[in-house]
Write a protein that binds this ligand. Sequence first.
Ligand code: C5P
Length: 314
Amino acid sequence: MRFYSLQAAAKINLYLEIIGDRPDGFHELVMIMQSVALADRLTVRTIGVDDIRVRCNHPQVPADETNLAYRAAALLAQEFPTQIAKFGGVEIVIEKNIPIGAGLAGGSTNAAAVLVGLDLLWQLGLTQLELQDLGAKLGSDVPFCIMGGTAIATGRGEELDTLRGLDQLHVVLAKYQSLAVSTPWAYQTYRQQFGDRYLNDPQRRRERQQRIHSGAMVAAISHHDYATVGQELCNDFENVVLPAYPQVAQLKETMASLGGLGTLMSGSGPTVFTLVETAAQAAEMATRLRQAIPDEDLGIWPTQLTSTSIQLEP
Ligand code: C5P
């Protein structure tokens, strides 16, 4: 029996702008994505029978084809049937550390790790770009989760440009464990309330997607101007999620009042994060947040930004 174990990092969005509808039902985005060190651990191993089996230590993570990790294995099995016939099926074991339904791409990063792990296990010899293209068939965030680090993401989120890394920074993530926001709901509500802001002209969309490259956030990232990175944090989803979930709005206000470089909700939420400069500041902020909101339902994770997403364990 052969196996590989991999770390699969979560992500946050430092910038997220929704700029229009797409004919495929998705939305055109301009984002800056960032990997964080908080990671799940996945093991993929060959099993004698022609099957895909998923096990996870988190009771709410499904073991069937609704799990993106399962779908990643099924996609590879379908694309490369002779390889799976040679090696047999696979068991995927997920040790969950990333909160679920959080806006941290937990499911997407698990799928990314399965693609990377099965590429090795089934000796497919795929390039990173080929893995990213396969990842895009599974979900908009999967290609970024394969690439990792700091990147501009446009299109559905799958068109990526690497930026100079921000991995010196630290971050405190906080999420009410019992709360989850539906991403389709967040997009739909945003479209209903702010759809009149959308750019319908393809040329204007392209210009907007290009402008991020010369904007203040990208300049701040490339100069390691952390104060400006904190000031430029922006997420359109806050406009719909914070009014609908006052608990999250209150959490953001409390975190912002504790200092740091800047505070933002990640993705479609409901995780809120504060960027800080050192591990000591992250630990202190986590302690002060716990004192300010002594609710056991609030999960708090001090961690750091990282330049790697999927890492093979030795
Ligand atoms: O791509 P993914 O499966 O992660 O997307 C989840 C949901 O988010 C989609 O079903 C869609 O409703 C919405 N979405 C979108 N536009 C994007 C990405 C996601 O409308 N660019």
